[in-house]
Ligand binder design. Structure first.
Ligand code: ADP
Ligand code: MG
Length: 345
């Protein structure tokens, strides 16, 4: 009698213990290399290590499908079948292609994943990049047009219209992966976590103490750990694009990795950094790249087309502009680094 009572008590204790400890105060942290970048996770949950593995597995699956480099991957097949045939695609890849096309249309081609042939020619990350000739750029520009991505909805297939066309998901795939990571957290009952995919941050919930996450926005001309401001958020994606991520310099000119699909050269819009804060990181990723190409005014106009999407733009004359919705949750900290703060409607 006494014994069985004890057992029941233990079971009760075990149940209430695990119920309380699902969200733990000490985070589990993990770092892994995937999608060409460092993936950092911080998870508050008693099963965090296993959950972080599930996330990495999901991200690797996405990488396999969407990387340009892997033979047999879906985007790889799409590119090698350009001008020839349709390719069967997973729901993941079709979703990203559809989203990319949508942002291309809304940004009037400032965001365009068919810049692949130009990205390849510039080869910014290689370490021995050269500036391509104008003739070369001119001829490759003929391959850039998002309207040539033909999506056959009924058959879950897609095709690139012309031979030589190359889709490059470098400006959007990490964003998609971030949203998928959050889905894995939620499926596992996690209430508080964040993931950074090479600086693309997605926060689930708030901190375990109920406070918002504080995310620093990097000084585009400063050291990796210097910030121009901090945004406080819960349940948001924060994604930045800038000319400081990957670039090379020749004759005093900085050639960076975000190309203007209209010119074929690195975007020269007057912006040196864009940060988008939104509910989904796929939107934030594509929009940060698009706005970087468009520049301050047109970039702001683009952001206004989306409900609940906010932005921080940094110009080459060191001015920091924020959208209306960030007032109160953005703290400017760039004075010491020579930045000036401007609120924008
Ligand atoms: P990061 O990869 O540093 O996070 P972005 O999200 O801004 O930066 O994406 C830049 C990448 O997107 C480039 O490396 C290239 O692969 C691709 N890209 C470059 N220019 C464009 C563009 N105008 N539209 C869409 N993708 C682009
Ligand atoms: Mg991007």
């Amino acid at each position: 009698m006494t014994k069985s009572f004890l057992i029941i008590l233990c079971v009760l204790l075990a149940v209430s213990f695990s119920a309380c400890s699902n969200s733990v105060a000490t985070p589990y942290e993990n770092e892994e290399f995937a999608m060409g970048t460092i993936i950092r996770q911080r998870i508050y949950h008693d099963n965090a290590e296993d959950i972080s593995r599930q996330v990495i597995d999901r991200i690797r699956k996405i990488e396999d499908r969407m990387t340009i480099n892997k033979a047999g991957g879906e985007i790889n097949k799409l590119n090698s079948s350009a001008g020839k045939s349709f390719v069967e695609l997973s729901e993941d890849t079709l979703f990203v292609l559809n989203k990319a096309k949508e942002i291309s249309e809304l940004s009037q081609g400032a965001f365009d994943i068919t810049v692949g042939a130009l990205v390849k020619e510039w080869d910014i990350s290689s370490g021995n990049s050269v500036v391509p000739s104008q003739e070369r750029i001119h001829s490759l520009l003929g391959l850039v047009d998002y309207a040539d991505i033909i999506i056959d909805k009924s058959g879950s297939r897609a095709k690139l219209e012309n031979t030589g066309q190359i889709v490059d998901l470098g400006g959007i795939a990490k964003g998609f992966a971030g949203d998928e990571a959050i889905k894995v957290y939620r499926e596992n009952g996690v209430q508080s976590a964040f993931i950074s995919l090479g600086g693309n941050i997605v926060a689930l919930g708030g901190k375990p103490d109920g406070n918002s996450w504080k995310i620093g926005i990097r000084d585009p001309r400063g050291a990796e750990d210097s910030y121009i401001g901090i945004v406080s958020v819960k349940d948001k994606a924060i994604v930045s694009s800038g000319d400081y991520e990957r670039f090379f310099e020749r004759d005093g000119v900085r050639y960076h990795h975000i190309l203007d699909p209209k010119t074929g050269y690195p975007a020269d819009s007057g912006l040196i950094g864009t940060t988008i804060i939104s509910d989904f990181s796929i939107d934030a990723d594509a929009l940060s790249t698009a706005a970087f190409v468009l520049g301050l005014e047109k970039g702001m106009d683009l952001i206004k087309k989306f409900d609940g999407v906010e932005a921080v733009f940094i110009t080459d004359d060191k001015k920091v502009y924020i959208t209306e919705g960030l007032k109160g949750i953005f703290e400017f900290e760039g004075t010491g680094n020579g930045y000036e703060y401007v609120e924008k409607g």
